[in-house]
Design a protein around this ligand. Structure first.
Ligand SMILES: [Cu+2]
Length: 160
């Protein structure tokens, strides 16, 4: 009789062990999933160029950003000045410029729709409505068009 009881108990224990192992596996898998997601959200590719002066993708323009506030504020609307030059350094006036920005790791963009509101002359443009709602890695793209030529220039920002 005592043998039967101990067999019964061991069967019950083994069921419990399996259940615990199952729960453990779920917890570990979930933990790994969350860990991978957090890693992905925070991963920044090495060797990013954070220069404030950059060449456009096809080398047509060289652009320089000058945010009105340094460091760039979080959750605060502010303005930038963008200077546009041709590859030879000549200032580009009268360009049509579109602004866009996003966080590549997060799949979301800017909370505002910043726009170039003024051609300040001498290749300088006023960009109003810049606002970043999070710290981290941002990209800001300017699409510049003038005299039938157009090109895009990208800036990387690491906001703290
Ligand atoms: Cu984000």
């Amino acid at each position: 009789m005592s043998v039967a009881v101990s067999e019964e108990r061991s069967r019950r224990w083994s069921l419990r062990t399996w259940l615990l192992a199952g729960v453990g596996a779920v917890v570990v898998t979930g933990g790994l999933g969350i860990g991978a997601m957090v890693w992905h959200m925070n991963y920044v590719p090495p060797g990013l160029d954070y220069s404030t002066t950059r060449l456009s993708e096809n080398g047509i323009f060289q652009a320089t950003i000058a945010p009105s506030a340094e460091p760039i504020p979080i959750n605060q609307i502010h303005a930038w000045t963008l200077r546009v030059e041709a590859a030879d350094g000549t200032r580009v006036e009268g360009a049509t410029i579109a602004v866009d920005g996003d966080m590549p790791q997060h799949g979301h963009g800017l909370p505002t729709q910043p726009q170039v509101t003024q051609d300040l002359g001498d290749g300088n443009y006023l960009v109003e409505g810049m606002k970043f709602q999070m710290t981290g890695w941002w990209v800001v793209d300017f699409n510049i068009a003038t005299d039938g030529r157009s090109d895009q220039v990208r800036f990387n920002l690491m906001l703290k």
